[in-house]
Design a protein around this ligand. Structure first.
Ligand code: ZN
Length: 235
């Protein structure tokens, strides 16, 4: 057994250098054992990345078993409410959101996937409407807001997905579109509950968005300011 002359750590027989302070090991009574296997792996090995197909199968299995278990429980317990429909619907919705994007290239099929995502939400909320017997709020409140949300994501995907945008431009686009989205949400809420559109709280949100956007646009337009911001915030 050798000890490092510099830091005193106990050394393995195979160590030619102290693993902590890299001091060479010279012990005339016990030369470094060159033949014994090292106590640690000497070759770098790559952990194979989990295949997307396997993740997709795992996710599908988990979601399917949750849905089936809840369905069976619901049948056995014979409760009045078909609560398991909510769980099954949610499992289906999560499946549509997660599994297809794992199996294909997201960029090429962005619009198709977005359409499927929005449809999944619309169908899920319609399930709630069926259960609560409330088609009125579904058609006039929930569906318009879901479609507006889809439009928001479509806008983001089309403006930022194709080519790399600067952080400043992306922030301007995101903040601006959120302001418009909130305005749209209040429009549908007002039309449903009041019967007419009287913008209130959404105008405050929109004003805040505009206040945030103006300096972003100014900074983007003035090259010296843009460089200063880029340096300070590492954009
Ligand atoms: Zn040492």
């Amino acid at each position: 057994m050798s000890y490092c002359v510099n830091c005193g750590v106990e050394l393995d027989d195979t160590a030619a250098f102290c693993p902590l302070c890299h001091t060479p090991v010279h012990n005339p009574n016990q030369p470094v054992n060159q033949t014994a296997p090292k106590p640690f792996p000497t070759e770098r090995k790559e952990v194979p990345p989990a295949s997307k197909l396997q993740v997709a199968i795992l996710l599908s299995t988990i979601l399917a078993s949750v849905a089936v278990c809840c369905g069976v429980l619901n049948v056995f317990l014979r409760t009045q409410r078909t609560w398991s429909l909510y769980v099954i619907g949610a499992a289906l919705m999560i499946w549509i959101w997660t599994v297809p994007p794992l199996l294909h290239h997201r960029k090429d099929t962005f619009r198709l996937q977005l359409l499927a995502d929005v449809l999944a939400i619309a169908v899920y909320v319609s399930l709630i409407a069926v259960d609560l017997d409330g088609w009125d709020w579904y058609w006039h409140l929930a569906l318009p807001i879901i479609l507006l949300l889809g439009a928001l994501f479509l806008f983001w995907g089309l403006t930022m997905g194709r080519r790399k945008r600067s952080t400043l431009t992306s922030m301007t686009l995101v903040i601006g579109s959120i302001g418009v989205f909130i305005l749209g949400v209040e429009r549908f809420v007002d039309l449903f509950f009041l019967g007419h559109w009287s913008p209130g709280w959404s105008l405050i949100v929109l004003a805040v968005c505009v206040i945030l956007i103006i300096p972003l646009i100014v900074v983007r337009r003035v090259p010296s300011l843009r460089e200063e911001v880029r340096r300070r915030f590492h954009l």
